[in-house]
Design a protein around this ligand. Structure first.
Ligand code: NDP
Length: 257
């Protein structure tokens, strides 16, 4: 009974930013559990590379080229996926950018707006468009990727725009969860610690930065994409049937200190 609840056979799952990093690991986890995965990524080459790496492991996936900052495109993609598959069961709103390292007083309008546009607006456009199909069906699971940066302020790198965007994702998750709870659609978020992906590559070039992060981390290590993917898999599955509006911290204990 319990392992069965983790199966996703026959379900259609969309993962934004699913072509690499955490999104690719999530795509693989959901596919391994039996879902038909659609990688929705802005970069067609990255999406195709992700698709190829899943295919090598025996998991066929579809690809949709999608920029989550374009609300009309997001709605069109949701409608097209529904028209093609007849159902949308799972959305993982994972696409995000960091652009870390700029002091608040030096942050340009363009810098602030670009991060908010992908990390917050993009998450809302996706939740809005995909939820319509889920609400009509009376079932669905949405997992938004937040961050421990929505709870704490990272150091030493300045990234006020990123931290604010992720705190907003957490509260948006709770707001949508309550609106849709009685209509069969669950909305949760995962708040990871530092995960080794291209997004945090900048830190390796700054002497002492990663070492400092590790000192602030009770487990004393970075996370790997698969360690976030398994949490997302759980939240997307019936094993999490009583969970909505939860922000699940997967952070190696970082936020305890
Ligand atoms: P990556 O940069 O490795 O992957 C992000 C993916 O999202 C890329 O394929 C990127 O495509 C895509 N993407 C970016 N902008 C858009 C857009 N507008 N529309 C569609 N796709 C887009 O990042 P991670 O895997 O590390 O991050 C995934 C999520 O996890 C993000 O929300 C991030 O904030 C969050 N997170 C990451 C942490 C970390 O330490 N890595 C820690 C906590 C949270 P492209 O390459 O073309 O930009």
């Amino acid at each position: 009974m319990y392992l069965e609840k983790l199966r996703l056979d026959g379900r259609v799952a969309v993962v934004t930013g699913g072509g690499r990093g955490i999104g690719l690991a999530i795509s693989e986890a959901l596919a391994e559990a039996g879902a038909h995965v659609i990688i929705a990524d802005m970069d067609a080459e990255i999406a195709a590379a992700g698709q190829a790496s899943l295919a090598e492991k025996g998991f066929p996936a579809d690809v949709v080229e999608l920029d989550v900052t374009k609300p009309a495109d997001v709605t069109a993609a949701a409608d097209a996926i529904f028209a093609r598959h007849g159902r949308i069961d799972i959305l993982v709103a994972n696409a995000g950018i960091a652009r870390s390292g700029v002091a608040a007083e030096d942050t340009t309008d363009e810098h602030w707006l670009s991060v908010i546009d992908v990390n917050l607006n993009g998450v809302f456009w996706c939740n809005r468009a995909f939820s319509r199909h889920m609400l009509a069906a009376g079932r669905g699971a949405i997992v938004n990727i937040g961050s421990m940066s929505g709870f704490i302020v990272n150091r030493p790198q300045n990234q006020s725009y990123y931290n604010a965007s992720k705190a907003a994702v957490h509260h948006l998750t709770k707001s949508l969860a309550t609106e849709w709870a009685a209509r069969g659609v669950r909305v949760n978020a995962v708040a990871p610690t530092y995960i080794e992906t291209p997004l945090m590559k900048f830190a390796w070039d700054v002497p002492g930065m990663v070492e400092g992060w590790l000192e602030d981390t009770p487990m004393g290590r970075l996370g790997q994409p698969h360690e976030i993917a398994s949490v997302v898999h759980f939240l997307a599955s019936d094993a999490a049937s009583l969970m909505t509006g939860s922000i699940v911290q997967a952070d190696a204990g970082f936020t305890c200190w």
